[in-house]
Design a protein around this ligand. Structure first.
Ligand SMILES: Nc1ncnc2c1ncn2[C@@H]1O[C@H](COP(=O)(O)OP(=O)(O)O)[C@@H](O)[C@H]1O
Ligand SMILES: [Mg+2]
Length: 279
């Protein structure tokens, strides 16, 4: 039997009241398997951030249900447990870092959970090592690069020992090297610690290593599959307002023109290999 950490049934969400009802999330159904790495792609305004906030009870459904480990996000008695289980990382690291020293910042979450000081020390060290920022523990966050700041923000979530982390466009404000650092960190947390990852992004190439890719548009999930399956649907992705990587597009055009190449590839190396095979 599949073990799902999150189960969403017939979910609706509207920012307006009943008289002025217009749903931003519309009849969305989704199960997230424990330990999996899911990427959610979608253009601006497709409802990704709204969905993210529904995943740990920050927003409550207007209709339908969201369950975390079987707990309804509308159950007030479970609010704390749910927030501990599903951690959130947002776009702007500057809005997430609150303290003037890195390790104090990471300690902030566990302190709020009422954890004993010696355990906080352990958790902070562990979290900072997990994201490769331990050697910066005494630095001021203001002196760090964007990628480093975002890794500290992720450490702050890891220090609360979540089973799942939801990251809402965590790389949107970073330069390419910062983006890579953050993606590598997320991948490592998933593979080595078994943390369930839901990564929201509009960069298609960040979906390359996912187990599963969801394409969102207009508050619903339009497609759901393995990265290579999703990426081979170039016309569809463009219709959804997504920027298709040049590599994927090139292979798509070659295949459309009768060349025998595999489609759905994103990495430059694999694209080069696929083209080399033609000769
Ligand atoms: N706080 C809000 N109040 C009213 N409408 C909102 C609010 N936040 C988002 N929306 C609207 O909900 C829709 C989905 O937005 P959002 O979930 O932020 O999408 P995405 O993260 O994919 O860009 C958009 O039409 C947006 O304008
Ligand atoms: Mg958003």
């Amino acid at each position: 039997m599949m073990d799902n950490i999150i189960e969403i049934d017939n979910l609706y969400y509207s920012y307006e009241d009943e008289d002025n009802y217009s749903a931003v999330i519309e009849d969305l159904n989704l199960k997230i398997e424990r330990g999996s790495f899911t990427v959610i792609l979608g253009h601006n305004g497709s409802g990704k951030s709204t969905l993210a906030k529904l995943l740990n009870g920050l927003y409550k459904p207007t209709g339908g249900t969201v369950k975390v480990n079987g707990m309804l996000t509308t159950d007030e008695d479970k609010e704390f447990e749910i927030k501990k289980t599903v951690g959130m990382v947002f776009q702007n690291p500057d809005n997430q870092l609150v303290a003037s020293v890195v390790e104090e910042d990471v300690a902030f979450g566990p302190e709020n959970l009422g954890i004993a000081p010696n355990e906080i020390r352990e958790r902070v060290d562990y979290a900072l090592k997990s994201v490769g920022m331990y050697e910066h523990k005494d630095s001021s966050p203001s002196r760090l690069s964007g990628g480093q700041k975002q890794r500290v923000a992720i450490a702050g979530v890891i220090a609360m020992k979540p089973q799942c982390i939801v990251l809402d466009e965590p790389t949107a404000m970073l330069d390419p090297s910062g983006r890579q650092e953050v993606i590598d960190t997320i991948l490592k947390l998933n593979k080595e610690q078994g943390i369930t990852v839901v990564l929201i992004t509009h960069f298609m190439n960040e979906a390359e290593f996912a187990d599963r890719v969801l394409v969102m548009d207009d508050g619903t999930i339009l497609d759901d599959g393995k990265p290579a399956d999703i990426f081979s649907k170039v016309e569809f992705l463009k219709k959804c307002g997504l920027d298709v990587p040049q590599t994927t597009e090139l292979l798509y055009e070659l295949s459309k023109n009768g060349f025998d190449v595999s489609r759905g590839i994103i990495s430059a190396e694999e694209t080069a290999e696929a083209i080399a095979k033609l000769f």
